[in-house]
Design a protein around this ligand. Sequence first.
Ligand code: NDP
Length: 326
Amino acid sequence: MFKALVLDQVEGETMADIKQLDESVLPDGEVLIDVTYSSLNYKDGLAVTGKGPIISKFPAIPGIDLVGQVVSSEDVRFVPGMQVIVTGWGVGERHWGGMAARARMKADWIVPLPDGMTAQTAMAIGTAGLTAMLCVLALEEAGVKPEQGPVLVTGASGGVGSVAIALLAKQGFEVVAATGRVEEEPYLRKLGAQAIRPRDEMSAACRPLEKQRWAGVVDTVGGVVLSRALAETNYGGAVAACGLAGSADLPTTVMPFILRNVRLQGVDSVSCPTARRTDAWARLQRELDPQLFDDLVQEISLEQVPEYAQRIVSGAVRGRTIVKIG
Ligand code: NDP
């Protein structure tokens, strides 16, 4: 038997309860894992509160991220005792996820924990950090360089935004943090932001083209914030769009694309190919200063997940939240 956070639906409402389950009920997969930590992402918040259609079939175990130790494996790449990470691939959505002491996963979804990285750090990074790294890669591949001018990060105090600030600042970019929580300025500056842009300035009505300000943008918010980011991006600049914390809409025009040669690059972490994922994890290991995590991370128990899920969907969680399981 093992402990799990189980989501079920009662009269259309999502209920979250801690239960003891038997290993035989776990879904199919080649690798059985003793989970030590999971993490709480915005998507987990939507799943646990029922505020977004994340879970495809109930009952379900949420948790799009997990780290743990292999118990048994039918795949030669993984042996008992090996430390592994799983993020994405529909885990915690279509396949039971990391908020349980045991998980069974497909071998192709698993990435070895990089040498020297602790389980806590892996989950402090989690899907949010991986996505931030993929956004940074997208800007690099678009040719965005520190000498071309400042870069903007929206949803800056959130998980993706916080890690993106740290990664871009480490590479020498002048980072401007767009946030609805200006009281978080000391935190954002400690991560490496050099200036703050209040969210209401980003959400104000904007013309198809505004004054050019950004060599590149990492956008986690969508909606009018993304349209203003596009309208303010420099000639030849790039915007990496990964999120919809504000809105799934994009009320824009073609002007930034056809008159300023701006590139809008979508970023997905769920189905990101394993080779790119492994490279991104290696870079996260090299480029994130472990001391940053003291400010970035809070640890909660499985029992606290429903409370923190409410907080993350209302935009009230700062940085990354890791969930101690085993
Ligand atoms: P968090 O909840 O940690 O952060 C989101 C941040 O967005 C908040 O902290 C807040 O930042 C800002 N925000 C919240 N609500 C609003 C609003 N109504 N209008 C404008 N800004 C708002 O989430 P994550 O960082 O984990 O995820 C960010 C987004 O990226 C989510 O939409 C998530 O679904 C998406 N995502 C996408 C992935 C992919 O593969 N494409 C993977 C991971 C995440 P502040 O208070 O500083 O303004």
